[in-house]
Design a protein around this ligand. Structure first.
Ligand SMILES: Cc1ncc(COP(=O)(O)O)c(C=O)c1O
Length: 396
């Protein structure tokens, strides 16, 4: 009964783990949820107020497909500042989260038969969306370079069928931030071999000093013609459930995205657009600084504790809010007779025995890691990592 394309599509493992943890919590079990890719903090009061006002003003009808004009203008100003090159409102579009922005981009850019390079490990949704467009994801392993992209190895992956690359910096799940020479090198390859860069910078404001986020268009302005920038209000403004994201790129690409989106969702949620508009007000810069500060404290706490877990090694995240520890030395051991055969078995064991939800690296194309989000409260960060250590101590 189902279409063939569904054969390659299973539910998102990150959402799956998040739901399992929620179910256990509803049964009264004290689960520490390291699986959710979202902050535990509420949306800023000024954003909530703006949306209440929008409701009272009956902003409840369809809007322009790619968002209300004022919002697109404000987004264009923000993107122009970030990219150091002028973007007009026609070069920017609002979507129901960055996830829809990425999906739209994949659908309007990639054809069956073409190849799209994705550095691995990768955010779980990238290859699925590429495959839904009928294109082939080509993975570029990065683990042996501390998750950084090696330009020679990237060059080897490029063929005449290469139509694009999907970059994400700061990176989910590894926490790395791509440096300037790497991004300049990728830009040079994209221009030489004529492919598009989808540049997901959803965590651009969540970077820890001395590291710095670099926008590829800012580094190489000629890249504006072949880059689709993707961004989101979800992480920075604690707005995951509002579903508010946006994309920026050449006019004809954004126009095509509008044509597609018009037939899929008509427009992004009207009220979420007012939330986004309020988020862009400079008054919220302070809110973002506070979020970064909170995350920085949690990162320190998480690193201190993860280092105490025997046999587990973990690099320091440079941005975003995930630890991606290497747990491969735990494979083959057992806990109360249960074999840790692989990272999935470890994630199951942690949930069942320690009541800690993590996402197995297999969701991101790694069989050696698990992902731990430290965006949960500091107490939970402490409690969860102590529970993991205790379980690891009990492995035989
Ligand atoms: C790298 C990356 N891109 C995109 C998204 C999607 O974000 P949104 O909530 O805006 O759809 C996420 C969410 O986890 C992400 O980690």
């Amino acid at each position: 009964m189902l279409a063939e394309r569904m054969a390659s599509l299973s539910g998102s493992q990150t959402s799956g783990m998040r739901n399992k943890a929620k179910n256990l919590r509803e049964r009264g079990i004290n689960v520490i949820n390291f699986a959710a890719g979202e902050l535990d903090l509420p949306t800023s009061p000024s954003i909530k107020r703006a949306v209440r006002e929008a409701v009272d003003a009956d902003r409840t009808q369809y809007t322009d497909t790619l968002g209300i004009r004022t919002l697109r203008e404000r987004l264009a100003e923000r993107v122009s500042r970030a990219a150091g090159v002028a973007y007009s409102a026609e070069e920017v579009g609002m979507t129901a989260g960055a996830k829809q922005a990425l999906y739209n981009a994949a659908m309007v850019l990639f054809d069956p038969g073409c190849e799209v390079i994705i550095p691995a490990p990768y955010w779980v949704t990238f290859p699925v969306q590429v495959a839904l467009a009928g294109a082939k994801p080509v993975f570029l392993p990065t683990e042996h370079h501390h998750f950084q992209i090696n330009l020679d190895e990237l060059a080897e992956k490029i063929t005449t069928r290469t139509k694009g690359i999907i970059l994400n910096t700061p990176h989910n799940p590894t926490g790395v931030v791509y440096d300037r020479p790497t991004l300049e090198g990728i830009a040079a390859l994209a221009m030489k071999h004529d492919f598009t860069v989808i540049f997901d910078e959803c965590y651009d404001q969540l970077v820890y000093a001395p590291h710095e986020h670099h926008n590829i268009v800012k580094l190489v302005p000629e890249m504006k013609a072949r880059t689709v920038l993707i961004n989101s209000f979800s992480k920075t403004y604690c707005m995951t459930g509002w579903r508010a994201g946006y994309l920026s790129g050449p006019k004809h690409v954004i126009k095509a995205v509008g044509n597609l989106q018009g037939h899929v969702t008509s427009n992004p949620n009207n009220l979420a657009q007012y939330a986004a508009l309020a988020a862009l007000d400079p008054i919220n810069d302070r809110f973002v600084d506070d979020v970064r500060q909170v995350l920085s404290t949690r990162r320190e706490c998480a690193m201190k504790l993860v280092r105490q877990i025997p046999l587990v090694s973990c690099g320091i995240p440079q941005g975003a809010f995930y630890l991606f520890p290497d747990v491969s030395k735990l494979m083959g051991r057992s806990y109360k007779g249960k074999l840790v055969a692989n990272v999935d078995a470890l994630a199951e064991l942690l949930l069942e025995e320690a009541h800690v939800a993590v996402v197995a690296g297999s969701a991101f194309g790694s069989d050696r890691h698990v992902r731990i989000s430290y965006a949960v409260g500091t107490k939970d960060v402490e409690e969860g990592l102590v529970r993991i250590r205790q379980l690891v101590d009990g492995l035989t």
